[in-house]
Design a protein around this ligand. Structure first.
Ligand SMILES: [Zn+2]
Length: 281
């Protein structure tokens, strides 16, 4: 008789997330503490200026390195110049490289591009997904969203609770919601048009993320610009991010049927965001 098949012992990343959260004592607190997890895994931690003090044997291939893992030294290091939410995510990203069984036992030097939600590198994407699952405590975040409802207030409240960035929290809400919702993020695309003194800034879609229920029923992305009167009202003077503007808009779905959506627009001083939810369904 042969021994156990290797695939029989494979462990899914999400099972590892739940195991680490539980064994690392993280379910009893709101925000995950990466230091406790590093301690549990017996990994050392360093923070230093990556621009000036990267070890000579680590040669960045691209710009803006943020964090590294040296498997043999059992060491995680994070750039000391990162804002706290990014530093926390970066430490969790390196923990992912350390614990994921398919990742190599070597040195990882991870940069801004690799840690972007739009990275095309598979090993970086799996580390990002793992880090986000840790940051938002597995299924706990979705339970909070279901209880609080879909709104900018929910995003700001949960960003504070999980000590995550506002944008990462907004993405998580749209990506993991069981309800139909789409997050659309707009950036100021005035560019050349701004040369004209009379042109008003245009806020074009930077990216959008729909929940599975939204994408299967309506469409997978929107294009175009935010309504100019809404953009002007949000950006003309300082406005609290929770002070949103709600509109009803009609968009043709993938099947060609017009559908009304309730759309909550809000502004974080960099981007305009909107949350689309179907009306009357
Ligand atoms: Zn990485």
């Amino acid at each position: 008789m042969q021994g156990l098949n290797a695939s029989y012992l494979e462990i899914e990343p999400y099972e590892l997330v739940c195991f680490l959260l539980k064994e690392g004592g993280q379910y009893g607190r709101d925000a995950v503490n990466p230091f406790e997890l590093l301690d549990y895994l017996k990994l050392d931690y360093l923070a230093f200026d990556f621009d000036t003090a990267l070890p000579p044997e680590v040669n960045p291939q691209s710009g803006h390195p943020r964090a590294l893992l040296s498997f043999s030294d059992r060491l995680v290091a994070v750039d000391e110049n990162l804002a706290p939410p990014k530093a926390r995510f970066s430490a969790l990203h390196e923990i992912a490289h350390y614990v994921l069984p398919t990742h190599q036992h070597s040195i990882y030097l991870c940069d801004r591009q690799g840690m972007s939600h739009r990275t095309r590198l598979t090993f970086e994407k799996t580390a990002n997904d793992f880090a986000a699952d840790m940051l938002f405590k597995g299924g706990m975040f979705s339970i909070d969203v279901a209880a609080m409802g879909i709104s900018v207030k929910t995003i700001t409240t949960l960003a504070a609770k999980y000590q995550a960035s506002f944008e990462a929290t907004a993405r998580r809400l749209a990506d993991r919601s069981l309800q139909p919702v789409m997050l659309a993020v707009f950036k100021n695309t005035a560019g050349a048009a701004q040369v004209s003194a009379d042109a008003s800034p245009a806020w074009g879609v930077r990216y959008c993320i729909g929940s599975p229920a939204f994408k299967s029923r309506f469409f997978t992305q929107v294009t175009g610009t935010a309504p100019s009167e809404v953009a002007a009202e949000l950006t003309s003077s300082y406005r609290d991010i929770n002070d949103s503007i709600t509109r009803t808009i009609t968009i043709d779905t993938s099947s060609g049927q017009p559908q009304q959506f309730t759309t909550e627009f809000f502004y974080n001083q960099y981007n305009i965001f909107s949350l689309l939810t179907p009306k009357n369904t």
